[in-house]
Design a protein around this ligand. Structure first.
Ligand code: DAH
Length: 349
């Protein structure tokens, strides 16, 4: 017959030993091993209880109560240790994480300098009462050339290396067809600027097959060359600063008469031709840089859009956006605009 005192002693020892082992267990796996060893189906608890059937009848309930109590204590101890381990793991995670670190900001893009300058120029003219319009890049010969006073065999067509789609359809070589489209779309007064891409069969250090222009047109009664001068001077000073000087040089365009090219005092050297005693490379020592072409709309053009040249006069101008951007930002190489190197572009954010 088994001895009650021995069984009770063994159960108590089991609790002690479980406590010691739990203190050393440092992971959920180790904890599970301790549980199996003590409370498992073939564990020490079960082993000790195998003596139960051979206890005397009055000892059995005593041993049974003790067994239940020990089982509850073991379970509670295991749970407590698991909680302790969970807390430690959580604390460790927090210790290796600095919640005060700044978050990671995703890189934000910026507008292309051509877009920036286009918007800036259009804003200036919008402030002067001009509408901003656009039109097709694939254009009829008639709008691109003929209605601009360049009949099919006109030598001025050679000024622009045209990319032909068909015999009568071209990639527009300038934004000037928007003059024609605008005049056909409305009666005077007309005041528009038309930004957009233009295409030419031309590619070298200072020319790209595609670039951007902005066309301007103002037609009304009694518009004079003085209005042209005043408007362009105001525009240039808004873009390049109030100190900028302007000069008009006689020139030729088939759709304007008279025509002029406009120079501004060099933005690099302030018109002196020198920087710190060295020759200014931007204006090649002249103190002036060319910025746009312009003129009074040729009366022949009015014939194509059914405007009365006795009643209306107007001026037009066209400028290259990349050129303005190069002068404004001091960019020396036209190719920068098209390479889309992020190191270049991010400087305009
Ligand atoms: N269309 C001309 C070009 O691409 C630029 C130009 C010159 C436009 C004089 C005009 C103008 O409106 O009046 O070279």
């Amino acid at each position: 017959m088994a001895d009650l005192a021995t069984l009770l002693g063994e159960l108590e020892r089991l609790v002690q030993e479980c406590a010691t082992q739990l203190g050393q267990a440092s992971s959920s796996e180790e904890l599970e091993a301790v549980r199996v060893e003590h409370l498992g189906r073939k564990g020490r608890m079960a082993g000790a209880m195998s003596a139960l059937p051979s206890l005397g009848p009055e000892d059995k309930p005593v041993a049974g109560r003790k067994a239940n109590e020990v089982k509850a204590r073991l379970t509670a101890m295991l749970e407590a240790r698991q909680t302790e381990l969970d807390r430690a793991a959580e604390a460790e995670k927090l210790a290796s994480f600095d919640p005060t670190l700044p978050g990671r900001t995703p890189p934000v893009g910026s507008l292309h300098p051509v877009t920036l300058v286009t918007r800036e120029i259009c804003d200036v003219f919008a402030g002067l009462g001009f509408d901003v319009v656009d039109g097709p890049e694939v254009e009829n010969d008639w709008y691109n050339f003929e209605a601009l006073n360049m009949p099919p065999d006109h030598p001025a067509r050679d000024m622009q290396d045209t990319l032909y789609v068909t015999d009568s359809i071209v990639l527009r070589t300038h934004t000037s067809p928007l003059q024609v489209r605008s005049m056909l779309a409305q009666k005077p007064p007309v005041a528009v600027v038309a930004p957009g891409k233009v295409y030419r069969r031309d590619s070298d250090l200072t020319h790209t097959p595609m670039f951007h222009q902005i066309e301007g047109l103002l037609v009304d009664r009694k518009v004079s060359m003085a209005d042209l001068r005043g408007t362009l001077t105001a525009f240039v000073r808004r873009i390049f600063g109030p100190e900028t000087n302007v000069r008009f040089r006689p020139s030729f365009f088939p759709f304007t008469e008279p025509s002029a090219e406009v120079d501004i005092s060099c933005v690099m050297c302030g018109g002196t031709g020198h920087i710190h005693g060295e020759t200014c490379r931007v204006c090649k020592q002249t103190g002036w840089v060319e910025i746009l072409g312009c003129g009074m709309v040729d009366p022949n053009v009015y014939g194509f859009v059914d405007y009365d040249p006795e009643l209306y006069t107007g001026f037009a101008f066209g400028l290259g956006v990349e050129r303005v951007a190069m002068l404004k930002y001091g960019i020396g190489d036209l190719r920068m605009f098209f390479e889309n190197d992020v190191r270049f572009l991010s400087q305009f954010s």
